[in-house]
Every structure is written in structure tokens, then in C-alpha cells.
Design a binder for this molecule. Structure first.
Ligand code: CMP
Length: 145
């Protein structure tokens, strides 16, 4: 089924100019980009985005890190997008990520693991709405070339 998901390029990967590499990897693997923007998260915005991790041991470090620099939010679309994108980014720890995955290529540590991707269809809908309004998104199913 055609789905959309949210991928976020984390601050160190954005600063290290890996956004282009990540976009190419997505496009070369049939993830259609249907929305894209860069934004500097405030601690408050980072807390809202990662609220499901509130209370965890690493939460404050995560919020601090995610508000240190610019991130890129990318909405992608393909069949089975949410599960396929999770597989394509690789394991949370880049050291354990499979060859050819985004985190294997641009990740450094568990915290600086390069990218985030939505973990369910429901969370994808919420995370896409967090970054994008209706007029900033379109679906390839409506494109008539
Ligand atoms: P992400 O997919 O963005 O979702 C939550 C993030 O928390 C995760 O990637 C990691 O970057 C980070 N994270 C998860 N576990 C730890 C940990 N033990 N220490 C530091 N950061 C973590």
C-alpha cells in the first residue's frame, strides 16, 4: 500500500554535508520525496518531537543534541514506506547497522546516528504533521506528467 514516512537528518549529518548523500540514497531506492525543509529545532520543539522517549536515561542528552544545529525533515512516499524506510536506515547503533544502510554510511554513535525515521504508520502521520502543512506536501499519486 502507498504510504508516507518522515525521515529527519540529524544536526551532525547536516553540518557534515551528508544531506545530499542521504537524498540520493532515498531517490535511488524508490523513496519519492514529497516534502523537504531544513529547520533549527528549539529544545521545546525537540521535546515535543521526541516526547515518547521522555523519562528515559538518554532523553535530556537527546534533546540537547537535537537542538544544537540544523536538521532536515524529508517526507517520502512509496509502497510499504514506513517498514521499508526503517530497514533502509539500519539499526539505531551505526556499529550494528547493515552494510549499505544510511546509518552505516553517515552514522557515528548511537546519539549521532545520522537520521531518524518514523517507526509506525500512526507515528509517521504525526511526525509528518509536526513538520509540514498541507500545501508543503504533495503525493506522487496525483502527479500527471
Ligand atoms: P532515533 O531514531 O532518532 O530515536 C530516538 C533516538 O534516541 C535514537 O534515534 C538515538 O539517536 C537516541 N538514543 C537511543 N538510545 C540511546 C542511548 N542509549 N543513548 C543515547 N541516545 C540514544
Amino acid at each position: 500500500m502507498l504510504e508516507q514516512s518522515l525521515l529527519m537528518v540529524k544536526p551532525h549529518a547536516f553540518t557534515a554535508k551528508k544531506t545530499g548523500t542521504i537524498i540520493s540514497m532515498l531517490e535511488d531506492n524508490d523513496f519519492q520525496i514529497v516534502g523537504i525543509k531544513s529547520i533549527k529545532l528549539t529544545p521545546e520543539l525537540a521535546r515535543r518531537f521526541y516526547f515518547v522517549h521522555q523519562g528515559k536515561e538518554f532523553f535530556e542528552r537527546l534533546i540537547n543534541y537535537m537542538s544544537t544545529g540544523t536538521v532536515a525533515a524529508i517526507c517520502v512516499e512509496k509502497d510499504n514506506c514506513v517498514a521499508d524506510l526503517r530497514k533502509f536506515i539500519g539499526a539505531t547503533d551505526p556499529a550494528k547497522a547493515a552494510e549499505g544502510t544510511i546509518r552505516k554510511i553517515v552514522g557515528v554513535t548511537v546519539e549521532q546516528n545520522g537520521v531518524h525515521a518514523s517507526d509506525s504508520v500512526d507515528n509517521a502521520r504525526k511526525e509528518i504533521r509536526f513538520f509540514f502543512s498541507d500545501i508543503e506536501l504533495y503525493s506522487y499519486r496525483y502527479l500527471q506528467y
